[in-house]
Design a protein around this ligand. Sequence first.
Ligand SMILES: Nc1ncnc2c1ncn2[C@@H]1O[C@H](COP(=O)(O)OP(=O)(O)OP(=O)(O)O)[C@@H](O)[C@H]1O
Ligand SMILES: [Mg+2]
Length: 1013
Amino acid sequence: MFPSAQTFSVEDTDIQLWRIAPDEGPLNEYSFSFKAGELKFDVEVKGEVTPEFYHHEDRGSHIYEKCSRFVVNGRPAYGITEFHYRNMNGPSYTLPSCLPLLCEPRDLPSELDEALTLPFTEEACGSSPLVGGKGAQLGLLSSIQHKEDFVVTKGFSITLNAYRQQLQRESSIVTAITKIEESFRIGTIQDTQSRCSDTVEAIAGSTITDSVRAAILSSMEEVFGADFEHSCVAVRSSASGEDGTEASGAGQMETFLGVSGIDKVLESVSRCWASAYSFQAVQYRRQNGQPIRVLVGVVIQEMVKSEVSGVLFTNHPVTGSADHMVIDASYGLGEAVVSGKTTPDSITVIRDWTDKVTVQSKQIGAKKLRIMVKEGGGLEERSVSGEDMCCLSDSQIQQLCQIGIKLEKYFGSPRDIEWALAGDQFYLLQARPITTLEEVTDEDLIHEFDDPLITDQEWLTTGNISEMLPGATTPLTYSLFASAIDLSCLEVGVKLCGSARYHYPRKMLLSCCGHLFINLMPNESGSMNNIFGKKENMELTVVGETLADLTEDSVKSYHGPFTSRLKTIINTIKYLTSVTPATNMKCDDWAKKADSYEVIDQSSGCLQMYRDISQYLPDYTEVWKVGVLKSANSGAWAAAMFGVLLQGKTEYSNEMCSDVAVILSQCQDVYSADVPVAIQGLARSIVASGLEDKFLSGDDQVCVELLSDNSVPAVTDLYKDFMKRHGHRYIREAELMEKSWQTNPERLVQVLKKIIKMKAYQERQKTSFSIKDTIANLKTPLTNGEKRSLKFILPRARRAVGEREFGKSLCVKVADKFKQAYWRLSEKMEQEGRLPEKELLFFLTHREIGQLLETRSPKLLTKAKRRRKLLPKLMTLSFPKYSIGVPKPKEQESFEEQRKPTFTLTGMPICKGRVTGKARVVKTLEEANSIQRDDILIVSYTDVGWTPYFPLLGGLVTEMGGLVSHGAVVAREFQLPCVVNVPNATHLLQSGDDIILDGLAGKIEKLEGTSTD
Ligand SMILES: Nc1ncnc2c1ncn2[C@@H]1O[C@H](COP(=O)(O)OP(=O)(O)OP(=O)(O)O)[C@@H](O)[C@H]1O
Ligand SMILES: [Mg+2]
């Protein structure tokens, strides 16, 4: 395992065990080399610190475990070495005997590809590429029956090649199949259904080609003798790709039992072939991302006159336990058991490690239905009265279990076996792998992407990051966004603080239960290790409050020695003179190319699209690096400003916050602040051009056309301009699954309609102050020196906020190109039958998408479906603002008691203004539609995606956020009275509450009245 957590297996080593571990015990000093991940490692192991050994007499082994020092390629390391010796003084131990693994034949002569039928007795019948899954299992089982205690009745397989020939001759079948595939792209589920039944009829109705028919007849004669007309056979489908370890495809296709007479046999063969295209079989393949075109083999096999039959799982089919085997058994043919038509006996058996089995429980089933073969062919179903005895004796159970254990060893994995008992003889009819093993639990999936914590002193915060990406992320977003931000933060750390320690594989951005957290510790050391630095200032910008419990000493003991003062100064100068200009240049570069940037060619196939996305992915990280560096810049200037205003104190006061609010209310060119202004402009132009009624009465789709079809050029120009500038944004915009306004313009239309309907489009006037006036009006009493510092810092801090907002918009714009590319890829994959639903793509990591394209693994799809099901649950989790060690979700608290008739909440003042109005608590986006004009919106957080709603509002209260969070910056620019960082506001207040919001004092007062609308 490398520090990056990538794992490679050892490819080669020169280690000589007999030299370093002689009989008398392992050496204390030795060296060796190995290769892994195409790198060579030279390892010296030097004298152990504490030699210890354990003596496991009963298992006959003798273990030396040593704590050792290593030098790996010149670098020191510590670790444990472990040597196992046979304990010669222990009890004698005999190795368990092994059975030869039963493998499918390989390197068969190529002429066998042309074979039309293959009897079980031929080696080639064990090859699933020739005869399909079931045929191959029966071939393999036949080959060992003479050595074991079971029988496989005689029979043969009709090959996949025979089916291919049949299809080639009947072009109508090929057309019918093509039409099924077409229906996935441009049809409804009913279309698929009717095209499937057309295909089934086309295949079942076509006459079998002469050559295939002749081959079947000759095999019938060869296997069943001259009187084959009167033999009673089973005709069973054997699909290619079936019975794999990932998806069984169990019971999807037809089986005909008790078939007699050649005409009936041939008809059954056609029906088996046809059943591959039944609606249920097609849907099953589609749900599992398998190709729709499959080839089907057919098995023709003598019927067993079974008195009792059923299934045996050599591991527990539900729990996967290897200590348990489960048998389901009933009278008559096994069809009654596998089809679920009767309640069989269910026997659970415990198996110990010496393969001794004992019955643990027998659940006696009613076994009311028996299916038997009629004299002269055909089946009959007989109802019998309930039976309270087990249909297998204890010795038969023992015998069957031992057969199962043998088969598990032959195949090398647990099996799901179909068996029949006639007289005293067990017959085997199938032995497929159990596909439901190794299933992960929901708990595993919830923590699947959790990052490990390196020490128990990691302080994790939801601050800042939860504004960018509140709630849980999809796996795709985790795999892209989290790592891009993590790398970007690391880069800031290295560039600003220049310490090699930042290269240490410590994650800056961690995940837990799908939520993202910033690791404060490296940030703390970073903030104290540069010349701007003061830890409180960083805490204010990142967490939104100062952390008195986290002392400077604990940061120092966590981090180790800091860089020297001189080095810090040099780092800062370098940062300002080279890193910042380089970032600015990169930002300009991206600003120029972002509009025309394309990740994929829309017309490519899936694989090409995936390759293109992979190739461009470094850009995704690069552009976020620019955004994060810009944001760090603004953070540094904001921290410097806090530094002056805090005047050496460690806790911020309300005066200080409102001073910051005043200072930052005059930022320059805040790109995102244009969003609510531009949407108002668009609303005004719709009203002015007389489109209002049409717009308000039209459905969302029609309105989008109205906006974009140039019927009123002034409106279309404004709309296009809005889309060009802000179309890439939306709520939770860092989440790749969330479509932007551009991709889903109906979402924007809904807000626009509200603004027009409520006439909330009057332009707001903004007053501006000079820097001198601003400083003169601050509440914090400042010395002349402090005023001079502020005069220097203030314009820079304001500009940095503007630049940060621009940088963020740019990142989201480029990220939106990736979003669009993934959505396009998902569409294509759905059309090609590789994904049952587009949305599932977002529940795979980028790497897993690649694996799915390569393997069509049904297991991955199942996982994606389960992850999707869990996301709503993860979304409801909320975490404390900061935690030490692994974050734990907050318990659902009840706020009933705290909700007195009147109360006051406090938070951080963001934008002045005192307003009285109705509270509107919005917890999900869907609820945003209930917003009424002049409501005071109470939400958990706001990002730029929320800002189109701002024109409707009288005020804004958020639970999260800090002085310079994105929502706060826009509110200030828009002069919307606003208080952030009000804990539990969405729980304590309810929609309809009469409240007073004081933006300058940072207070929300709940009045007596509450009305529901
Ligand atoms: N030669 C046979 N003699 C007696 N019974 C048979 C024979 N072949 C099949 N059966 C019975 O019919 C049942 C169903 O057959 P088969 O295995 O072909 O189809 P399935 O189990 O419904 O689907 P799948 O294709 O997934 O196995 C078997 O479990 C077995 O009990
Ligand atoms: Mg079966």
